[in-house]
Design a protein around this ligand. Sequence first.
Ligand code: 5GP
Length: 190
Amino acid sequence: MKELQKKILEEGHALSESILKVDSFLNHKVDPSLMYSIGKSFAEHFKDMGITKIFTIESSGIAPAVMTALQMDLPMVILKKKESKILSEDVYQTTVHSFTKDSDYELTLSKKYICPEDNILIIDDFLANGEASKGTIRLVEQCGAKVTGIEIVIEKSFQPGRKLLDKQGYHVYSLARIKRLAKDTIEFMD
Ligand code: 5GP
């Protein structure tokens, strides 16, 4: 997506060879017009595929996910990051390792917001090692529902997440695919 690539080049900062900071339009301050365009592209890609709900992970996936949900006229569910396990029959939980914080959290989903008949579309801001996506897939599949697709705003294609999800047969659609990051350098895949 050209508009997104342009924004990443203008406002993104490669903090290292593995971390891209996009605080000015996605992770801290949000550009609603760009989020709307992202939602349009995401909605178009998975239209007519029987999606019943959109799942995202708090907090940076919310803006692109809600714009997609609006344009697909679907409900959106935010998976919560809890510090510890909740001993309750009412939730599904799985442990996920955070790439940016280098710590674990309990990804949590209320059983009220999913049913075995659901076809879920997962949306997140970044794809790195695929831990957040894999955790979300585990929760969906624990319920017996299906993951129909995964949509990512910025994929760091040099990290293992994309290959791993492809290998497991998931349909991944990313709007910006980064081939290489270095201090002050951002290179996209062709
Ligand atoms: P993964 O679970 O695929 O290893 O990492 C994805 C999650 O880590 C995303 O939800 C995102 O919040 C965070 N993340 C991974 N890489 C980056 C990055 O380069 N920049 C920012 N801002 N967040 C990242």
